[in-house]
Design a protein around this ligand. Structure first.
Ligand code: F0G
Length: 456
């Protein structure tokens, strides 16, 4: 087979700033050893997130100029609505400025004390929105998804018997909604199978509970279904997306991922009364229902991005380039979540630096060293992000200690990725010298964004 090439050529470039190792050591110290607090100009390759970091196409930039900025009923809204409906078939499409704005609206209305929600795994903002409403969020990931070293095609699947037990325990009247995150970001960017979506949907229908997709990476999920699930090889990605959404009653979406834009989102749903309540809250918090916190030009760029993201040459390149980085890690002995996910490679910090206990945040230690060694910014997804405390203030560690290297869409070339691999190999060689970290400041919620640390 020939090399899978980037299915685009580059029209506009952005320079990146080079720094020395000594400079980076100082920058990191000043940032309290938290890569979130480093200036982007001081980063060489930024793998902090694939969210809002996509390169837009010439057609999307042309759409920016075409955007209709009318307050109500803008042409760009109708183009956006049609593009979202083509994929979701949902009756009501409510634009929001990003994913968490859709979550905030949905869970403010459905949540509250005494309510219980379940997902394969809630993303951190989604969980925070559920908990902020006073409700509880439960992750019901299938067993294989909890084992980074085990290979399986659909490690994002929900545990269906656990879902049935959950409904029995808490009572269907106290469960306003079940959610499937596709792909499962916090669990390694692993896909959910069509069979699992269908099975979860059947349980939800039987119990009269709506099923929503957290659809951020729906196209990547659909492409994995095409590659890995029987019966989907000859379907188009668009058809697979449409089938995925057909089993759900609605979706929340961060267009900053699989709509290939820098800002935007939506809440889609079919229930008339819920849509009315959501739109009313939208007007208070986001804006009028035909722009929802976005400019007309943003809606135009999303509509165009949704056409481009289901292109199979794009998805082949996208999934392959992530896998390429994963293979480089594995062939050098670096432990990652296997198989590679869609949008990111997740390093398994527990196996990378087993001498650093969870209380000293091994993921943070490796992330900091990646920055100093090669100017790469990645993100800890472990006990800094998801650790809890017991009544004595002692850490309850996260299920996994991971570092996410998220790949922005259409931004970096193969040689950038080769460089990332070289830096990681260097850090891995020195793994026994890595030291843990302790908090010097932590906020009560979503602490990873603003925390400061000291070296132990
Ligand atoms: N759901 C999932 C699965 C996500 O990955 C994100 C964002 C959101 C919801 C919230 O969307 O950022 O537009 O408000 N994930 C980003 C990330 C931040 O880096 O993975 P948002």
């Amino acid at each position: 087979m020939k090399t899978i090439i980037e299915p685009f050529r580059i029209k506009s470039v952005e320079p990146i700033r080079f720094t020395t190792k000594e400079e980076r050591a100082k920058i990191l110290e000043e940032a309290g050893y938290n890569p979130f607090l480093i200036k982007a100009d001081d980063v060489l390759i930024d793998l902090l997130t694939d969210s809002g970091t996509s390169a837009m196409s010439s057609d999307q930039w042309a759409g920016i100029m075409r955007g209709d900025e009318s307050y109500a009923g803008a042409r760009s809204f109708y183009r956006f609505e049609a593009a979202v409906k083509k994929i979701t078939s949902d009756k009501f499409i409510i634009p929001t400025h990003q994913g968490r704005a859709a979550e905030k609206i949905l869970f403010s209305i459905l949540g509250g004390k005494g309510k219980y929600f379940a997902a394969n795994t809630f993303f951190d903002t989604t969980r925070a929105n559920v908990e902020f409403s006073g409700a509880e969020a439960h992750d019901l990931l299938n067993e294989v998804g909890k084992h980074p070293e085990q290979r399986a095609p659909f490690k994002g699947d929900m545990d269906v018997p656990a879902l049935e037990a959950f409904i029995k325990k808490y009572g269907r009247e106290n469960i306003p909604l079940i959610m499937l995150t596709v792909t499962n970001n916090s669990g390694g960017g692993q896909p959910v199978s069509m069979k699992n979506i269908k099975d979860v949907s059947a349980v939800c229908k039987k119990n009269n509970i709506p099923l929503f997709l957290d659809a951020c990476r729906f196209a990547e999920n659909a492409y994995f279904i095409k590659l890995r699930e029987d019966g989907y090889k000859d379907k188009t990605v668009l058809e697979i997306c449409q089938e995925m959404f057909s089993y759900a009653d609605g979706s929340t979406m961060s267009a900053k991922k699989d709509a290939l834009v820098n800002i935007g989102g939506w809440l889609s749903l079919n229930n008339d009364r819920l849509a009315m309540l959501c739109r009313n809250l939208l007007i208070v918090t986001e804006g009028f229902p035909t722009y929802g916190g976005l400019a007309g030009r943003d809606l135009e760029a999303i509509a165009q991005g949704l056409e481009e993201v289901v292109d199979e040459h794009y998805l082949e390149y996208r999934i392959r380039s992530t896998e390429y980085l994963g293979e480089k890690m594995l062939s050098n002995g670096i432990p990652i979540i296997e198989p590679p996910g869609g949008h990111a490679i997740y390093i398994d910090a527990k196996r990378f630096a087993p001498h650093i206990p969870a209380e000293q945040f091994p993921g943070q230690a490796i992330t900091c060293e990646m920055y100093v060694e090669g100017g790469i910014r990645a993100c800890e997804i472990g006990s800094v992000m998801f650790g809890k405390k017991d009544e004595n203030g002692k850490l309850i560690p996260a299920m996994m200690e991971l570092i996410r290297m998220a790949i922005p869409r259409r931004v970096y070339t193969q040689s950038h990725i080769d460089y990332v691999a070289e830096v990681l190999i260097e850090v891995y060689k020195k793994r026994n010298e890595l030291r843990g970290y302790a908090f010097t400041y932590e906020a009560p919620m979503l602490r990873h964004f603003t925390a400061r640390f000291k070296k132990i």
